[in-house]
Ligand binder design. Structure first.
Ligand code: SAH
Ligand code: SF4
Ligand code: F3S
Length: 445
């Protein structure tokens, strides 16, 4: 998935007339590492704001940091393994006196397992997703319960910004730990969202991404997600949203994507499986046919648009026939991209206790079969873009090889030869395509 960059450093905001008592704030340094989804990327922005307000300078390497903050993900076991690797390394650095304090925040912090990790790795502070504001006190700021709420924007001044429109999730998918670690759905009022979008745009942000675990489930005082999306698309010059749930996705939203010039024609709609039997076991609340119909509406509304999805292979009880049905759905929907995950049992979820574990070798084969299918589709679709001239939004500035990473209005990722700064647009001809990215020549203007 995409990530955000901060092109302009933000000046610390004055939070209190009473400065917190600190010896020499200049000398303090902190390093933030973010794992997981955009929700965590956005939370890290808020954490960044706290440490800046507390007078810490942000550094990029653990060795240079007095305080290391790991903002963690719990969605699959490999996410936890990665964090354990970092914690081991941090313990070594701490023994050598090169790191003083370690804090763990985010979704692992909200899980029971965090108590064991705290002990094993001697973590100084563990915070979940609902009490991140306590970090403020830890870094020497006054209590910030009101100030560091989910409504606090994290990316002001950046050329692109995330705007959280809802937190948590009201679904109970068999395999998923997110509702446990993020809580139930809370929708932010429309006025508050629009207010933030307007402030961001006035401050120079040209690309707004609406964020939430199931953004299309957003509703508030009689308004639905399509109302919010339409309003945002009138306030911001470029808009995207993620992630959506097929059960909440309305045709009106899909049509708006096609009709509204400011909405990027890119839909991420996780399907998880192509088998009705598995979709039921997973409690997804829709059948494969309904998903296909949604995709038809999207393809008709935005024929040039891009469609991506999430697929889980090897959920307990998944048979060869279920897998075949997933392959069929992948073929029919001709996804432009997909995140394919091997089922990972999460303690406390329904699926972790289900019989019918799929052997590793079978999971691996199914994974590769889905991957091959996805890549073939994506490659064929990307090839069709070759020869066309596209308006490209530059997301990341050019790297050493002189290529910047941009995005077309159709939502395709493009490597383009330009040194134009992030946040600007260029026009260039697509000269080549791989399964994941398009390659453009020198911009024409
Ligand atoms: N809210 C989003 C997705 C959140 S998690 C949605 O509902 O679509 C991102 C993806 O991780 C999910 O779509 C799913 O494909 C995958 N995932 C979640 N739990 C998993 C597990 N236990 N094992 C493997 N993949 C999982
Ligand atoms: Fe998890 Fe399902 Fe909620 Fe997505 S909709 S976050 S997969 S429980
Ligand atoms: Fe991971 Fe938490 Fe996001 S578990 S996927 S960081 S909501």
């Amino acid at each position: 998935m995409s990530s955000t960059t901060r092109s302009t450093p933000r000046a610390p905001i004055q939070l209190s007339s009473k400065p917190a008592g600190r010896a020499s704030p200049e000398s303090r340094t902190a390093c933030i590492r973010t794992f997981g989804c955009q929700m965590n990327v956005h939370d890290s922005d808020r954490i960044r704001r706290m440490i800046q307000d507390a007078g810490y300078a942000e550094v990029q390497h653990y060795e240079d940091a007095d305080l290391v903050i790991l903002n963690t993900c719990y969605v699959r076991e490999n996410a936890v393994d990665r964090v354990k690797g970092h914690l081991g390394e941090l313990n070594r650095l701490r023994r050598e006196g090169r790191v003083k304090k370690v804090a763990l925040t985010g979704c692992i912090g909200a899980a029971e397992e965090s108590a064991t990790l705290k002990q094993t790795y001697n973590i100084d502070l563990v915070l979940g997703t609902h009490n991140t504001y306590e970090l403020a006190e830890f870094v020497g700021l006054p209590t910030m319960r009101e100030t560091y709420t989910p409504e606090l924007p994290g990316t002001e001044g950046g050329h692109n910004a995330f705007v959280t429109i809802m937190t948590g999730c009201n679904y109970q998918c068999s395999y998923c730990i997110v509702p446990t670690v993020r809580g139930r759905m809370l929708c932010r009022p429309m006025g508050s969202v629009i207010g933030e979008v307007e402030r961001l745009v006035a401050g120079g942000t040209g690309y707004v991404t609406l964020l939430g675990q199931t953004v299309d489930a957003w509703r508030h005082e009689g308004k639905r997600f399509c109302d919010l999306l339409e309003a945002v698309s009138e306030s911001a010059p470029r808009v995207w949203f993620t992630t959506s749930h097929p059960s909440n996705m309305e045709d009106r939203t899909l049509r708006a994507i096609g009709e509204r010039d400011t909405i990027v024609k890119r839909l991420h709609l996780p399907v998880q499986s192509g088998s009705d039997r598995m979709l039921k076991v997973m409690h997804r609340g829709y059948k494969a046919e309904r998903y296909r119909r949604k995709i038809e509406v999207f393809r008709e509304a935005a024929p040039d648009g891009t469609l991506s999805t999430d697929i889980i292979v090897g959920h307990p009880g998944e048979t060869e026939e279920d897998h075949e049905q997933t392959l069929e759905l992948v073929e029919d929907c001709a996804f432009d991209a997909a995140y394919i995950f091997k089922f990972s049992p999460r303690r406390g979820t329904e699926a972790a206790a289900l019989p019918g574990a799929v052997p590793d070798a079978v999971v691996q084969r199914r994974f590769l079969e889905v991957l091959r299918q996805i890549e073939q589709n994506a490659f064929a679709r990307n090839q069709r873009k070759v020869g066309g001239v596209e308006e490209i939004y530059i997301r990341h500035g050019s790297t050493e090889d002189g290529k910047a990473i941009g995005e077309t209005w159709s939502g395709h990722a493009v490597h383009v030869k330009t040194d134009v700064a992030p946040g600007n647009y260029v026009k260039a001809r697509i000269e080549g395509a791989g399964p994941h990215v398009l390659y453009a020549g020198e911009p024409s203007g």
